[in-house]
Write a protein that binds this ligand. Structure first.
Ligand code: FES
Length: 143
């Protein structure tokens, strides 16, 4: 397990969470290289099928990071994403995958430090859980 390198996919809203990730980089904050960021116009555009597909393609964890509640530029996109994440948690549990592998976070564009903390927290969680596919990575791993 010591050579396990988690693969985490982050669906980030362009306005807040992606800007926070950018700020974390500009601030030269250190966080694990385990995260692959998918930039979205709004977290309301990510559907449950997208979240499940990245698990199918070999991700060990997924998080969706959008604007603070009440500050979505498309009014309720982040609230819809929150419901979808809760739904995917239930789907994962039904198929025997730990629901902690997916989370929803809300950030402002000024929260670069919090973005780095989230990546660290998710990496620690997944490192404890191990790979999604216990028999080893699925072939081919696309991430
Ligand atoms: Fe950021 Fe909707 S615009 S979550």
């Amino acid at each position: 397990m010591s050579d396990f390198e988690p693969k985490i996919v982050a669906f980030c809203c362009n306005y807040c969470a992606f800007a926070a990730a950018d700020l974390a980089g500009a601030m030269r904050l250190q966080y694990p290289p385990s995260v692959r960021i998918v930039k979205l116009p709004c977290t309301g555009t990510v559907d449950a099928i997208h979240m499940m597909k990245v698990f199918e393609d070999g991700a060990d964890a997924v998080f969706v990071a959008g604007c603070l509640e009440g500050e979505c530029h498309y009014l309720e996109g982040n609230l819809r994403a929150k419901k979808r994440v809760a739904y995917v948690k239930r789907l994962l549990a039904e198929v025997g995958i730990e629901p902690e592998r997916i989370e929803m976070f809300n950030l402002s564009s000024a929260m670069g430090g919090r973005f780095a903390e989230i990546v660290e927290e998710m990496t620690q969680t997944v490192t404890k859980l191990g790979p999604t596919y216990k028999g080893g990575p699925k072939e081919p791993v696309k991430l």
